[in-house]
Ligand binder design. Structure first.
Ligand SMILES: Nc1ncnc2c1ncn2[C@@H]1O[C@H](COP(=O)(O)OP(=O)(O)OP(=O)(O)O)[C@@H](O)[C@H]1O
Length: 413
C-alpha cells in the first residue's frame, strides 16, 4: 500500500515588540511567501489524492461489476491449454463437451494464466476467474511430485518385489528397445497388493525417482468419497496430465474403491463408481500409445477386485507385497534408526523377533515412539528399554498383537 505524503510544516510568524516597522513588514512578506509555498504544496498533494481516489473508485466499480457478473451468470469450467502472452490470447477447453476455443484475455489475466489452470468462463468463453487450489478438484485429487526422494535402499525386506517392479516398470522406461528387439510388449500395469503399510507407495515413488519420472498419485477412495460426479473426468485428467509430464508413473492407491466387484445393489453411487472404473479401463486399453507413462496400482483388498481390471493389457503383472519377515523387520529397524542416536547395546535382531506381524509403517512409528520415551526421560540416546516400552505401548493400543488389516486375503499367482 502506498503511504500518504507527509504534510508540509505550518510556517511560523515571529514578530516581537522591539521590531521596527520595516522589519515587521519584511517578516510579514517572508511569511506570505512561505504560506503561498505551503499552499502550492498542499494543492498539489490534494490533486494527487483526488487522482488516486478516482483510480480506486474505478477499481471498486470494476470489481463490483465482475462480482455481479459472477453472481448472476452461470459459468462453465474449462482448462487452459495454451497462453499467448504477447497476443493476450488463450486456448481454453471446456469440460464436458471438450470444445476448444481461442479467447481474448486481459493483460493481467495473460500474465497470471498458465497452461493447465482450471478457469471459469462465461457464455462467450471470456475467462472470468482462475479457480484456486481449493476449487480445483484436479489439484486436490492428485498428488504430483516431480522428483520423489525415496530410493530403493530406503525400503526394507521386499528385495524380490523391488526386483520385479524394476523389471516391469523401470526397464520399459529406460530401455524400451530391448522389448522391441525381443518382440514382446512390456506389462501394461502393475498391481501391488498386500497389507497396509508394507511399502507399496514407497516402491512406486522409488521407481519414479530412479527413472527421473514424475510421480502422480491418485487415491481411489478419495475419488469416490470427495469428488462425487467427477470421478471419470478426473481419471481422464490423470492420464492427460501423465502424458503432459512424461516420463511419468501413475500410482492409483486403494484401487479397490473404484474397481470393486459389482454388487447387487444399484444405487446411483454404484453407477458413478462404475463409470469411473469404465473410464480407467478405457484409458488403460488405449495405453500402448502412451509411451513413457507407466501405471502402478495398489490395494489392501485384492479379494474385492473386479477381475476385469486384471485382464491382459490392463493390470497384468501382480506383485504381492507381504508383511516383512524377521530379516526384513531387522532391515526396516535399521533404516528408520539411521538418523537416531541409538545406544550400542540395542539389538535390532532381537527387536525384529519381538515384532512378528508388524508392518514397515508400524515399525517406523515404533522407532519414533522409542525416541519420544528417551526425550520424556530427558536423554539424548535411545535405549533398548525405550524400544521395548514402545512395543508394549503399540501392542496395548492395538489391544494385543498387531494383525494384518481385516479382510486382507493373499492370493498367490
Ligand atoms: N518395507 C518398508 N521399508 C521401510 N519403511 C517402510 C516399509 N514399509 C512401510 N514403511 C514405512 O511406512 C510408511 C508407509 O508406507 P507406504 O505408504 O509405502 O505403505 P503402503 O503399503 O503403501 O500402505 P497403504 O496400503 O496403507 O497405502 C513409509 O513412509 C515408511 O516410512
Amino acid at each position: 500500500m502506498s503511504r500518504s505524503p507527509s504534510l508540509p510544516d505550518r510556517p511560523r510568524l515571529d514578530l516581537d515588540q522591539d521590531m521596527s516597522d520595516e522589519e515587521r513588514l519584511e517578516a510579514l512578506r517572508e511569511h506570505f511567501v512561505e504560506i503561498t509555498d505551503v499552499h502550492e504544496q498542499l494543492s498539489s498533494q490534494l490533486e494527487t489524492a483526488d487522482e488516486r481516489r478516482e483510480e480506486l473508485k474505478a477499481e471498486v466499480d470494476h470489481t463490483e461489476r465482475e462480482n455481479e457478473a459472477l453472481k448472476t451468470s452461470s459459468l462453465y469450467i474449462a482448462t487452459v491449454e495454451e497462453v499467448a502472452d504477447e497476443e493476450q490470447e488463450a486456448v481454453v477447453k471446456q469440460h464436458g463437451n471438450n470444445q476448444e476455443v481461442l479467447t481474448d484475455v486481459s493483460r493481467r489475466m495473460a500474465d497470471e494464466l498458465q497452461a493447465g489452470d482450471r478457469v471459469a468462463v462465461n457464455d462467450s468463453f471470456s475467462v472470468q476467474t482462475i479457480l484456486s487450489g481449493e476449487t480445483d478438484a484436479r489439484a486436490q485429487a492428485m498428488e504430483v511430485d516431480a522428483s520423489p526422494d525415496v530410493v530403493y535402499d530406503d525400503i526394507g525386506g521386499i528385495e524380490e518385489q523391488i526386483r520385479e517392479v524394476r523389471e516391469a516398470v523401470e526397464e520399459p522406461l529406460v530401455n524400451p528397445a530391448q522389448f522391441d528387439t525381443v518382440g514382446i510388449d512390456p506389462p501394461s500395469g502393475v498391481l501391488l497388493y498386500g497389507p497396509p503399510g508394507t511399502g507399496k507407495t514407497m516402491l512406486a515413488k522409488a521407481v519414479a525417482n530412479e527413472t527421473d519420472a514424475t510421480f502422480i498419485k491418485m487415491a481411489g477412495s478419495e475419488l469416490v468419497r470427495k469428488f462425487i460426479g467427477e470421478g471419470s473426468r478426473l481419471v481422464r485428467d490423470l492420464f492427460e496430465l501423465a502424458e503432459e509430464r512424461e516420463p511419468a508413473i501413475i500410482f492409483i492407491d486403494e484401487i479397490d474403491a473404484i474397481a470393486a466387484k459389482r454388487t447387487e445393489s444399484k444405487t446411483s453411487g454404484d453407477a458413478e463408481v462404475q463409470r469411473t472404473m469404465m473410464q480407467l479401463l478405457s484409458e488403460m486399453d488405449g495405453f500402448e500409445a502412451r509411451g513413457n507413462v507407466r501405471i502402478i496400482a495398489a490395494t489392501n483388498r485384492f479379494d474385492m477386485l473386479d477381475r476385469a481390471i486384471l485382464r491382459p493389457g490392463r493390470f497384468d503383472r501382480l506383485i504381492e507385497v507381504p508383511e516383512p519377515d524377521v530379516e526384513g523387520r531387522k532391515r526396516i529397524f535399521e533404516i528408520h534408526t539411521q538418523n537416531m542416536n541409538v545406544a550400542d547395546d540395542v539389538d535390532f535382531e532381537t527387536l525384529a523377533e519381538q515384532t512378528q506381524g508388524y508392518s514397515g509403517a508400524e515399525i517406523e512409528s515404533m522407532t519414533t515412539e522409542a525416541g519420544m520415551f528417551a526425550i520424556r526421560d530427558e536423554r539424548t540416546e535411545v535405549r533398548t528399554a525405550d524400544f521395548e516400552e514402545a512395543i508394549e505401548k503399540l501392542e496395548n493400543e492395538d489391544s494385543g498383537t498387531p494383525v494384518p488389516s481385516a479382510g486382507y486375503t493373499a492370493y498367490h499367482y
